[in-house]
Design a protein around this ligand. Structure first.
Ligand code: PEP
Ligand code: MG
Length: 319
């Protein structure tokens, strides 16, 4: 029985009409990667590296990072692994980093903004990732990008790191793919520019919801309106997917919405083809996909324009 369910978990997610969707995992370290692989993940779409930096006195060395990233790849048995660079600040404070007290930490020195200021720390992480790229199919992803200049600066540092490695005779892949999270609403409006500089985009619905609606993702007093099912968030997702396709850049989703089986049909109706989620959600989402026919979905699961309220939308999805 267990053998049977394992085989089912690992089988690809193919609809009744034969369309295959890619299901990958969100992980925070090697152990989770192993569990995700067993649960049927076809790679890692989001490796949250900040956990390696938390609950300690100082930053992990290049070697320690290299070992951790490599182990995640080993546990994924050669499937592609998307490593997100350090996403600090906001709700993820790290005491040994140089982040001043801020009135609005979620609007402050977060993610890539911090890394571009602490270039020593950032370059160490990029070096570790590049070294793993010599042996495994890794991709690098920048969090919290809000303006194109951040991408240009980060890519310039990445090239510097690669030039250094080259000079030192240390192996890396020149073809490592680079992408960003789409989680700051401004990015929706410069996807063609992003497509020129990058290989892929990944929608972070947790922060995208927070910033689109100006609702703190952890504040219970406003939680009632904080939902990735909010019609405005879904419209944004629709735009992101359609603009990405138009610009010819790969787009996936790694926010919590991607792992919500009640959203699977809807997201496929919006054109999403790659889903990254916490591993316990994988079997259920694969089941949803196997039960559906995409030709039905095209019409049935477009956002019904009569549903303009969060309540109406939730009701229609059986939330
Ligand atoms: C997101 O914002 O949707 C996301 C996946 O990133 P995190 O939850 O780590 O902020
Ligand atoms: Mg985020």
């Amino acid at each position: 029985k267990r053998q049977e369910s394992l085989a089912k978990a690992k089988a690809p997610a193919v609809t009744r009409d034969g369309k295959t969707f890619q299901i990958v995992a969100n992980v925070s370290g090697p152990k989770e990667a192993k569990i995700s692989f067993e649960n049927g993940a076809e790679g890692v779409g989001l490796y949250r590296t900040e956990f390696l930096f938390m609950n300690r006195e100082d930053a992990p060395s290049e070697e320690e990072q290299y070992q951790a990233y490599k182990t995640v790849c080993e546990n994924m048995k050669g499937y592609p692994v998307t490593i997100r660079t350090l996403d600090v600040g906001g709700d993820k404070p790290i005491p040994y980093l140089d982040i001043p007290a801020e009135n609005n930490p979620f609007l402050g020195l977060r993610g890539i903004r911090y890394c571009l200021q602490d270039t020593k720390l950032f370059k160490t992480q990029l070096r570790a990732i590049c070294r793993v790229s010599a042996e495994y199919d890794v991709r690098v992803m920048y969090p919290m990008v809000g303006v194109i200049e951040e991408v240009l600066s980060a890519n310039e540092l990445l090239r510097k790191v690669q030039t250094d490695l080259n000079k030192e005779g240390i192996a890396f892949s020149k073809k490592m793919k680079v992408g960003v999270m789409i989680e700051v609403p401004s990015t929706i409006f410069f996807i063609p520019q992003l497509a020129k500089e990058l290989d892929f985009l990944s929608i972070g619905t947790n922060d995208l919801t927070q910033y689109l609606l100006a609702l703190d993702r952890d504040n219970n007093s406003v939680a009632k309106y904080h939902s990735p099912f909010h019609p405005v968030v879904l419209e944004a997702i629709r735009e992101i997917i359609s603009r990405s396709k138009k610009a010819g850049i790969e787009v996936s989703m790694c926010g919590e919405l991607a792992g919500n089986a009640k959203a699977t049909n809807l997201l496929i109706g919006l054109g999403l083809e790659k889903f990254s989620m916490n591993s316990p959600a994988i079997p259920k989402v694969k089941e949803m996909i196997r039960a559906m026919n995409t030709s039905d979905n095209q019409t049935d699961f477009q956002i019904d324009s009569s549903i303009r309220t969060l309540e109406g939308l939730k009701k229609s999805l059986g939330e």
